[in-house]
Ligand binder design. Structure first.
Ligand SMILES: Cc1cc2nc3c(=O)[nH]c(=O)nc-3n(C[C@H](O)[C@H](O)[C@H](O)COP(=O)(O)O)c2cc1C
Length: 191
C-alpha cells in the first residue's frame, strides 16, 4: 500500500473478528515500531503481547484494577461486579493486544521525548497493521493508567503506558474521515 494512501485510509477499528492474527503479522507490526525516531537513540519502547489464552492474564489484571477502582470510589457491590465483569471482557475484544510502554529517561526532558518517540512507534504500528489488512485501535483510559496495571506490567517510576493496541481482522467498514482542513491549523512564515 502506498504510504500517503495508508495514512489517509487508516482508521481506528473498534470491531474485529476473533480469527487469530498470525504471529508473523504481529512481529512485523512490532518490528515497524522500532524504526521510529528517538532522541539520543534511547529506544525507549517495551512491548507486552497478549494473544489467545494469554489474554487471560490481561483480563485478570483489568478485572482487579476495576475492583480496586470501585473500592476507591466507594461503589456498591452490584455496580462494582458489573464494572469488574465489563473490564475483564475488554481484554478479549481483539485476538491480539499489544501494550506499549515508554521507559523513563535520565531526566524529565528525556522522559517526555521517550514518550514522544513511543507515540511515533505506535503510529508506525497502526499503519503497518493497516497495510497488512488488519484493523487496529489505540486505547488508553483510567484502567490502562492505573497503578495496578503498572505493577502488573512491571513498570518503574517514570515509565509510562502509551497504548493498548487491539489488533484483529476488521469486522466493520470504512467510516468517513472527520478532520478539519490543515490550512486552519497552519501559519506560514514565508521569506
Ligand atoms: C493517546 C490516545 C488514546 C486513545 N484512547 C482511545 C480509547 O481509549 N478508546 C477509543 O475508542 N479510542 C481511543 N483512541 C483513538 C481515537 O479515538 C481515534 O484515533 C480518533 O477518534 C480518530 O479516529 P481515527 O483513528 O479513526 O482517525 C485513542 C487515541 C490516542 C492517540
Amino acid at each position: 500500500m502506498e504510504l500517503a494512501e495508508a495514512i489517509r485510509s487508516r482508521q481506528s477499528v473498534n470491531r474485529v473478528k476473533q480469527d487469530p492474527v498470525p504471529e508473523e503479522a504481529v512481529e512485523a507490526i512490532l518490528e515497524s515500531a522500532v524504526h521510529a525516531p528517538n532522541h539520543k537513540m534511547t529506544e525507549p519502547w517495551i512491548f507486552h503481547v497478549f494473544t489467545g489464552k494469554g489474554r487471560g492474564d490481561l483480563a485478570r489484571a483489568r478485572a482487579e484494577t476495576a475492583r480496586l477502582q470501585a473500592e476507591e470510589e466507594g461503589e456498591d457491590e452490584e455496580m462494582a461486579a458489573g464494572r469488574v465483569s465489563r473490564e475483564r471482557k475488554k481484554a478479549f475484544r481483539a485476538p491480539a493486544v499489544v501494550v506499549v510502554v515508554s521507559r523513563a529517561g535520565r531526566d524529565e526532558v528525556e522522559t517526555t521525548e521517550n514518550y514522544a518517540a513511543c507515540c511515533a512507534a505506535v503510529q508506525n504500528m497502526l499503519l503497518t497493521a493497516h497495510s497488512l489488512g488488519l484493523g487496529a485501535i489505540w486505547r488508553t483510559g483510567p484502567v490502562a493508567y492505573h497503578p495496578h496495571m503498572r505493577d502488573f506490567l512491571g513498570l518503574q517510576e517514570g515509565d509510562s503506558i502509551v497504548a493498548n493496541l487491539y489488533l484483529g481482522y476488521p469486522d466493520m467498514g470504512q467510516r468517513p474521515r472527520r478532520r478539519e482542513d490543515v490550512s486552519g491549523k497552519t501559519t506560514w512564515h514565508r521569506g
